[in-house]
Design a binder for this molecule. Structure first.
Ligand SMILES: C[C@](O)(CO)[C@H](O)COP(=O)(O)OP(=O)(O)OC[C@H]1O[C@@H](n2ccc(N)nc2=O)[C@H](O)[C@@H]1O
Ligand SMILES: Nc1ncnc2c1ncn2[C@@H]1O[C@H](COP(=O)(O)OP(=O)(O)OP(=O)(O)O)[C@@H](O)[C@H]1O
Length: 281
């Protein structure tokens, strides 16, 4: 095998509570992550000369700072692999959309190279390495619905019934750092107890700040909220709503104003590359 085409799913945060702040300024979170069957596609072609290249373009992101290239370099450095790779990304997920697109791309490259370069690295090791690329990367490597603590790296499996979601992408990219540094962000939500989720009331603590700073997010929550409990994912901008089934989701999307960027996706219980990580000894 010298070439693989791999999927990089979106994630949504079913809730997101900010429960504290670390001395380095990073925030302690409690969140429930779930993957969706909608995402980017990445083709990895092994190179024998050790070079790592991105062969597609991504507006505003230079090759060396692209998370797919950084993920490949990380795998090469940590394992001393003699192989290289050409990476082509078919980008479907918006940047600054709160759907973890960049993190998911990075995780799929790590899993893809684990197989393409014959590395056999264990899942927990990959999760530790992945955290250096972004807070959401360990979740995608974990590969199943999860309750997360810390900055998102302490993960426990979460059993959730299958569900269908409508996701609206407002026409704006939200910089995550701008939301976390806002003066009016509340940082003292009581820690929740995983055993009591989903009975306990939850919310996304980043939502109020994002709505204030980005009117497009506010408008999307108002629009989708007319049909049920619409919620923002991550630090925004995307907004999601759970529907009873795909047929209800299609009816709902048909009622949205023309020009709305919206899609429907089923939940994904297992990452398609889950088996490409070994278990740690
Ligand atoms: C909000 C979430 O999407 C929830 O899943 C993630 O925690 C965000 O993860 P991410 O996009 O990978 O964020 P990063 O690129 O690591 O962080 C961007 C900036 O957001 C702030 N940040 C991020 C995560 C966190 N737990 N606390 C923070 O304060 C930091 O200022 C950081 O410099
Ligand atoms: N392959 C990549 N795909 C997307 N963004 C990338 C990639 N590589 C680097 N980036 C940078 O990372 C930033 C965050 O991108 P990403 O799509 O992960 O945001 P997000 O959907 O808001 O994620 P999160 O839910 O983690 O906040 C982008 O604005 C971009 O500058």
């Amino acid at each position: 095998m010298s070439s693989v085409r791999v999927f990089a799913p979106a994630k949504i945060n079913l809730f997101l509570h900010v429960v504290g702040r670390r001395p380095d300024g990073y925030h302690l979170l409690e969140t429930a992550f779930r993957m969706l069957a909608h995402g980017d596609w990445i083709t990895l072609t092994r190179r024998e000369d050790g070079a790592i290249h991105r062969t597609s373009t991504l507006a505003g992101v230079a090759e060396e700072s692209d998370l797919v290239v950084r993920a490949a370099r990380l795998m090469q450095t940590r394992t001393n692999s003699r192989f290289g790779v050409d990476i082509a990304v078919e980008k479907k997920l918006p940047m600054g959309g709160g759907l973890g697109g960049g993190s998911s791309d990075a995780a799929s490259v790590m899993l893809g190279l684990n197989r393409l370069w014959g590395l056999g690295i264990g899942r927990e090791t990959l999760q530790q390495w992945g955290l250096t690329l972004g807070a959401d990367v360990p979740f995608f490597l974990f590969g199943q619905s999860a309750f997360a603590q810390g900055v998102g790296e302490k993960l426990q499996p979460l059993s959730l019934p299958p569900a269908c979601y409508v996701v609206v992408e407002p026409p704006v990219a939200v910089p995550t750092g701008q939301i976390f540094t806002a003066d009016d962000l509340t940082r003292d939500t009581e820690p929740t107890i995983i055993a009591r989720f989903p009975e306990l009331p939850t919310r996304n603590d980043l939502e109020l700040v994002a709505r204030r700073l980005f009117p497009e997010v506010d408008a999307a929550i108002e629009m989708l909220g007319a049909f049920g409990e619409a919620r923002m994912s991550g630090s925004g901008s995307s907004v999601f709503l759970r529907c009873a089934d795909a047929s209800e989701a299609r009816k709902l999307v048909a009622k949205l104003p023309s020009g709305t960027q919206a899609w429907i996706a089923e939940s994904l219980d297992r990452h398609p590359l889950f088996d490409w990580a070994d278990s740690d000894q």
